[in-house]
Design a protein. Structure first.
Length: 621
């Protein structure tokens, strides 16, 4: 059930006492303003009007009428979308520049114009106004803040804006199979997702199917049909295996990987493969004319082709596997460009292809998705032993931005039961991406959003994706206060503790040896200072965390909703306790029972490789 906090807002107000207000929309319970829509608004523009009217009414108890442009007969107007009155008001938007999500504000006399590109621009403009100037906060579906006020005044809003990244997808994971719950699908809120301005492609699918979770009333989604590791989708064995075995990657044993393989790789130097792939992509483009991007994705394996032609390409482009892959994707893009000149094609820079090739640029329609899958979560992307001492991810990403006209990042997230060890590093990482010219970000993934700190993580990430200047410290404080109530202090202390590598046991020698020789200085430094997502809280870290959560529970003992949020966050501590406490610890059985009970309530299906109940019983037994 949604919890609307209709209370005097205590957070810092955006304007100082010297602010000059251009418009007074509502004063002391009265208004002569109407919300004006085009006579034929698209669904998202209708939602924009409803949302504006609803939130203003919650603030002031004044309901502004919503009228079509042809019936507006005087008074003052808040014009949403491309109303015919815009020309008379001296407002001439550049619709092409606004794209699908850009928005424009203009004050003309005592009228306000909020218009944007279709489908999401006007809706996002309304949300920007409510959030940035009227202090509304949509932290989670059950924690929303709408401040009370008698008067609504606005400054001289003459600006254009858009989300900081054109593609924003902290993947709100609705999983499949037996390991991931369906909690988020059952509790999914279109309004919440739209208000946070998440239009990622993942919102178009559930259970890997085609059920769209965000409808057109809430702006729809960024559409990428057949996204991902789709070589097998494009070249299924039952269609090509027998007639064209030469399409598939030649292996060292002289065989080609085809039947029975979960992931197949192709012979990328074979011109017939690129020709057939272009025909497939062209068909997809005809079938999905409203798509924002298409995709040609390598397999999620390393079965690259060893034929003479692919070996030559590998050497020609600097001895990196991205050379043959980009050469192949470029060929496809060039072949379909004549029919679909404005349809971008995405491809991964992932695992063996994450390094940019030499002597090769991406076709103008190719979007490179850079995937730093092994980066260290202990540090922001531009710092740390793993990044500077081994992977050099910022340098590698910069190389891609030099040869591709557009680069996205496909980044990764920690497990829902891990402490929030990277939370305070999010601003530096995301701002580094923005500074380097990255245009879109997907996070894989916010699994089990109802558990641990996943809602907080989602909200902070999406704020940074929308606003590069987002005040992270202020926003974090606002969320903690609203969501955890009187427990905000100890919860913040736990986040700080979780960010300290000294509170964790060393990484295992075996894992550290993946990068450095056992016993070397870098091997030891890696064990102690990096890869917190591969480590467990130490006994000292567990005991300190236990004290903090006892304070948190006591602080909200009489606040049921805040207590529920605290207990969900506390599951990250419980998991560490169940993993690390000795068998004779008197708390162990009670913590296991509580973990099992809350996990069942929140529909957590599995922990590690066990079902939830099996895992808890193992600990108890």
């Amino acid at each position: 059930m949604r919890h609307i906090a209709l209370v005097p807002f205590t957070l810092a107000f955006l304007f100082t006492c010297t602010t000059t207000f251009a418009l007074t929309i509502i004063r002391d319970g009265a208004s002569d303003y109407a919300i004006v829509l085009p006579d034929e608004p698209i669904p998202a523009e209708r939602t924009a009007a409803d949302e504006l009217a609803k939130h203003l009414e919650k603030m002031t108890r004044v309901r502004l009428p919503i009228v079509p442009a042809s019936r507006f007969r005087g008074g003052h107007g808040i014009f949403l979308g491309n109303c015919p009155q815009l020309a008379d008001l001296g407002v001439t938007p550049d619709w092409n520049q606004l794209g699908k999500e850009g928005y424009l504000f203009r004050v003309s006399g005592k009228h306000l114009v909020i218009c944007g590109g279709r489908p999401r621009g006007t809706l996002y403009g309304v949300y920007w106004l409510l959030e940035k100037h009227l202090d509304c906060r949509w932290f989670t579906p059950d924690t929303t803040v709408v401040p009370r006020r008698a008067t609504v005044e606005l400054p001289d809003l003459n600006l254009t804006g858009a989300p900081a990244f054109e593609y924003r997808d902290p993947w709100m994971f609705i999983g499949w199979g037996q390991r991931v719950s369906r909690w988020w699908e059952k509790h999914f809120s279109q309004a919440y997702v739209a208000r946070t301005r998440n239009s990622g492609r993942r919102l178009a699918t559930t259970n890997m199917g085609d059920k769209q979770l965000i409808d057109n009333r809430h702006g729809g989604v960024f559409k990428i049909p057949y996204f991902g590791h789709n070589m097998r989708t494009m070249f299924p064995f039952d269609k090509y295996g027998e007639t064209h075995p030469e399409y598939y990657a030649l292996q060292e044993d002289g065989k080609r990987l085809v039947a029975g393989e979960q992931h197949v790789d192709l012979c990328l130097s074979n011109p017939q493969v690129a020709l057939e792939a272009s025909n497939i992509i062209r068909r997809w483009m005809r079938e999905h004319p409203d798509a924002d991007m298409f995709f040609v994705g390598q397999s999620d394996a390393s079965h690259f082709c060893r034929c003479d032609g692919c070996t030559v390409l590998h050497k020609q482009y600097g001895g990196v596997r991205s050379g043959p892959n980009l050469d192949y994707v470029n060929a496809i893009a060039a072949k379909v460009e004549g029919d679909f000149p404005d349809s971008p094609i995405g491809t991964f820079a992932y695992q063996p292809t994450y390094q940019a090739p030499q002597g090769l640029k991406a076709h103008r329609n190719v979007v490179v998705w850079f995937c730093p899958i092994t980066r260290c979560f202990c540090h922001p992307i531009h710092e740390g032993l793993i990044n500077n001492g081994f992977y050099h991810y910022v340098d590698e990403l910069t190389d891609w931005t030099r040869i591709a006209s557009k680069v996205y990042v496909y980044d990764y997230n920690i497990n829902c039961l891990d402490p929030p060890m990277d939370l305070l590093k999010l601003p530096e990482t995301i701002r580094t991406y923005h500074r380097l010219g990255v245009r879109g970000i997907e996070i894989d993934s916010v699994q089990e959003i109802q558990i641990g700190f996943q809602f907080l993580r989602y909200w902070l990430m999406i704020q940074l994706f929308n606003d590069n200047d987002f005040n992270f410290e202020k926003g974090l404080g606002e969320f903690l206060e609203a969501y955890y109530g009187a427990a905000a202090g100890p919860i913040r202390d736990f986040i700080e503790l979780s960010s300290d590598p000294r509170m964790y046991e060393p990484a295992t020698a075996k894992r550290a040896a993946i990068w450095y020789t056992e016993g070397s200085p870098k091997w030891q430094e890696l064990r102690q200072n990096c890869l917190l997502n591969w480590r467990m809280l130490s006994r000292a870290g567990i005991e300190r965390s236990y004290e903090l959560f006892e304070k948190a529970r006591a602080a909200v003992a009489d606040e049921p909703l805040a207590l529920q949020h605290v207990l969900s966050a506390r599951m990250t501590l419980q998991y560490a306790m169940l993993e690390k406490l000795p068998a004779d610890d008197p708390r162990l059985e009670a913590e296991a029972e509580a973990f099992l009970k809350l996990g069942e309530e929140l529909e957590l299906r599995s922990v590690k490789d066990d079902k939830l109940e099996e895992y808890a019983r193992k600990v108890i037994d």
